[in-house]
Design a binder for this molecule. Sequence first.
Ligand SMILES: C[S@@+](CC[C@H](N)C(=O)[O-])C[C@H]1O[C@@H](n2cnc3c(N)ncnc32)[C@H](O)[C@@H]1O
Length: 264
Amino acid sequence: MRFDVITLFPEQFRILSAEGVVARALRRGVAELVTWNPRDFAADAQRTVDDRPYGGGPGMVMKVEPLRAAIDAAQAAATAAGCASRVAYLSPQGRRLTQVDMRRIAAEPGWVLLAGRYEGVDERLIEARVDEEWSIGDYVLSGGELAAMVVMDAVIRLLPGALGHADSAAQDSHGDGLLDCPHYTRPEVIDGQGVPAVLLSGDHAAIERWRRQQALGRTWARRPDLLRARGLSAEERALLDEFMRGRVGPDAEQAAEQAAEQEP
Ligand SMILES: C[S@@+](CC[C@H](N)C(=O)[O-])C[C@H]1O[C@@H](n2cnc3c(N)ncnc32)[C@H](O)[C@@H]1O
């Protein structure tokens, strides 16, 4: 899969190839990243990419022509490489992305990601050249670079060959609409706190069942909205009922009250 990123700050993307899962995936050719600086497509000697907003007001707006030329070049290069791509503009006004979106994005051969700066991009460029607008959350960043990197990280780790263990992504939170179960590692006891006995039992079926139940219970307690959206099989319902009966403490009471109001 290929990402072509239109950015005034291509250096920021070096971090992606420095270390970790994404860096390894880029090194192995699981994904490819190419950056395009709109300044290289500006027509004047000053390499101007922004201008004052019509109607006045603070800040600058990114101009159409350099962005359009950069998008054209990026799409032509992607098509030549066999990765025809559509254009996504990272924007706080876009669709708020979820893990389901990340899977859909990962299924495409390529994307041109447009990272805005200043007050954003001239609306006419968005109308003419942008296929989708994506937000990473209801807050405003100074630029689209971090948002583009967030999307790339979330998408690349879903690609075959990116993670060491192929099942890891499926077991993560949101993989099947649930939060992940709790995890523990050595030592077996720390500061008087032990590890749930089942995890030491060596009984793989019991461990699997416990993890499933914890994932259901945790989602019920923390994100009942996810359970409502997803629904439960009869087996999951039974596991969750058992989890709810077994829980004690103020956290459980609060979660039970909350869940009673919002039964999935
Ligand atoms: C300062 S913001 C511009 C905000 C714009 N004036 C608005 O209120 O919608 C500059 C750039 O950061 C990026 N950006 C900011 N917040 C974002 C978010 N939540 N998700 C994705 N991109 C974001 C966009 O590319 C945007 O063009």
